[in-house]
Design a protein around this ligand. Sequence first.
Ligand SMILES: Cc1cc2nc3c(=O)[nH]c(=O)nc-3n(C[C@H](O)[C@H](O)[C@H](O)COP(=O)(O)OP(=O)(O)OC[C@H]3O[C@@H](n4cnc5c(N)ncnc54)[C@H](O)[C@@H]3O)c2cc1C
Length: 619
Amino acid sequence: MAKIKTHYEDCDILVVGGGMAGTGAAFEARHWGRDLKIICVEKANIDRSGAVAQGLYAINCYMGMQWDENQPEDHVRYARNDLMGLVREDLGYDMARHVDSTVHMFDEWGLPMMKNEKTGRYLREGKWQIMIHGESYKPIVAEAAKKSADKIYNRIMITHLLMDESKENRVGGAVGFNMRTGDYYVFRAKTVIVAAGGASHIFKPRAVGEGMGRTWYAPWSNGSAYALPIAVGAKMTQMENRIVLTRFKDGYGPVGAYFLHLKTYTQNANGENYEKKWYNQTKEIVGEYIDHHPVPTCLRNHAFIQEVAAGGGPIQMVTTEAFQDPHLETIGWENFLGMTVGQAVVWASQNIDPKYQNPELTTSEPYVMGSHATCSGAWVSGPEDLSPPEYFWGYNRMLTVDGLFGAGDTVGGSAHKFSSGSFTEGRLAAKAAVKYIEDQKAENIKVTDKQCEDFKETIYKPLENYTVGRNEITGGTVSPSYILPIQGLQRLQKIMDEYVGGVGVNYMTNENLLKRGLDLLNILQEDLEHIGAEDYHQLMRAWELKHRALTSQCVAEHTMFREETRWPGYYYRGDYMKLDDENWHCLTLSRRDPKTGKFTMEKVPVYHIVDDEKKKKAS
Ligand SMILES: Cc1cc2nc3c(=O)[nH]c(=O)nc-3n(C[C@H](O)[C@H](O)[C@H](O)COP(=O)(O)OP(=O)(O)OC[C@H]3O[C@@H](n4cnc5c(N)ncnc54)[C@H](O)[C@@H]3O)c2cc1C
């Protein structure tokens, strides 16, 4: 331990994670806080980090208010419908009313936007998406953050939040380590904005063996966004609302542009439209939600999963028609080259030419995130002008811990933000964080050296576990004294898969399974005290796993609390196989007591602040 060098940095605003939300936060913090010291800490390198690292082909959230294409109310209705009625409408509306200004800045900063030749407007691919040549998307937003922040630290993983020792429940910064040098970093901060992405690899992935590491969601998104706040007792919401994606098989290649732009469609192995076959059965579970338009994402998954279970697989995307048009064929391939090169490689390696063969689709393992067609994450305050009292406690996007803010995948309740909405939410959080400092809410924060030294000991313990324990074995990887990160990860994934509703059980769980799963997760937590790390890279893996494990406990607790099947196609509660609006038209909240590690759960009302259009027209 003596060899490990410690660096101290004091700042006003600390941004954890330099992805879409983090870059937005750094940019906006400078706009409002000209004289403030702003630091952004990123686990990878912000030029190519986060879910947008490889680029994107479409910006999935753009209203087009200037042309009256959509208004924020429309987006709230859309997200509410897709999430089966349960979203924080205040947060969604707030994001939607600002998102266009974000996209206009991207345009100004040089992001190549496709234009509709006839109208001169951004080229739409669907109601909400606009098309871009987005390979350079991430470096462009990173540049804005680099020009705004006082300092960007790359290759530092934040492992813990620091807490103020003079006032209860107030944040005081964060600590972590550099994965290349091993140095220990202490960031004492007046406010912290957590923007660390979602969680992949908590459920056993379909891609195992030679495909290990391939996932739909970014493999480096390890749930820090949830574990950091959970560990300090922040409230979380809708953590049961994991997402399952229908994607091209084995490469997880995206299907959105195929459906919307290429107008391809799906069929079962016999060439039938299988979705309508499952209409009545789905109606039995969710009632009139199946008649909503567009059909909610989870319900489309549900038809897919049922069809495969009934022997109708493989499900295919019919590309052989669209790909006869050379222009569409080019777009089909470019769509992957701009954001999921791996899918093109998988097709090439399996002799699949989509011009002559309809490629297979599959449903992915579940992921936890807050910005896609799902809304797991932290429970945050909404904006002053929109939020009902239960949703507002002073500062927009502040968690239930003072001075701790969130954005993007971190924030729960507000689905369908995507890249542009996450950047926008980062901006909103940063603006509020500046106000919090200006209002002198962050005075006299006390973070003692002892707190920092204690964390240092905890963080590097896996290195010590390994160094001491490895002398007990002469070869191999199985030790009586430690488990390695990969072993712990596979154990976690197996527990989550088998007990909390992964692919291995066709997304099915129930109270008995969840109870057992929670027992096993507790035992895993005990064993993670004995995790061993061979080097700094493995130390990162060890901490990624610890964050994943804590996130998983929270997911399992939430899944047990909600006694209904709200999102068939994402997961099923076999003991409550119906959607139950009477008892569960509400949001779920959890809080983990940092001292005891016990979770408490509660229900909170869902406030519908935007009218239902049909009802509005009728009145
Ligand atoms: C496969 C895929 C396809 C998508 N396609 C589209 C699309 O076509 N259009 C669209 O608009 N949106 C798309 N999205 C959504 C979009 O990418 C996300 O909404 C957005 O990136 C979320 O922003 P974020 O900042 O919350 O997370 P991210 O952008 O993922 O950023 C999180 C950052 O935190 C860092 N980090 C994590 N843990 C730590 C830690 N402990 N310490 C320090 N740093 C840490 C990560 O390295 C990362 O840089 C897609 C997402 C995925 C996964």
